[in-house]
Design a protein around this ligand. Sequence first.
Ligand SMILES: [Zn+2]
Length: 202
Amino acid sequence: MRFFRPLLLAKLFYPDAVFRIRTSEKILYLTFDDGPDPGSTPLILEILEQKNAKAVFFCNGKAAEAYPALVGTIRKQGHMVGNHCYDHLNGWRTSNDRYCNEVDRASVFTSDRIFRPPYGRMKQQQYRLLRRKYKIFMWDLMSYDYDRNFGAQRTLNAVKSKMRPGSVIVFHDKPSSSSFLMLRDFLEFSAARGYRFDIPAF
Ligand SMILES: [Zn+2]
């Protein structure tokens, strides 16, 4: 079973986290996780540029350290870089000290302001420690673009039918993602319905 919206429990566990941005305007907040990747991030950037869309890239610290020029290009094109931990740790399986250290380690190469936990998983204590330093950024709509069994067409249909004003939508800029196949269509569809694509003001 796929959950496109976060479970209510997540909102109770992480009460100060951002799931959806309150607005009456037709604005969508696109996010791309797990990059930067030299084989896929430039393609995503090109599509976003063509469609005049801004996004947040929640970068893997290790990859950001390896490809600083790519992180620079993301920023130069007006997008925001977020922190997605150094090496994609699952908070539930990691000690609090190690987890928080790895997020701080990634902040040098990504962001010291905005953090998205890999898999959306943090223990309560990790959340409490990290929220003092970072705005914790979850999502309103998971696209499942990383799931090969789901496929690009179903990803496209899902985001089209479930997006709403202020939605924070998760995509991925990694080679296995189907976002390359459906992103252009999705941006055109949304723009035709009056939506624009912005970055949050944090
Ligand atoms: Zn991730």
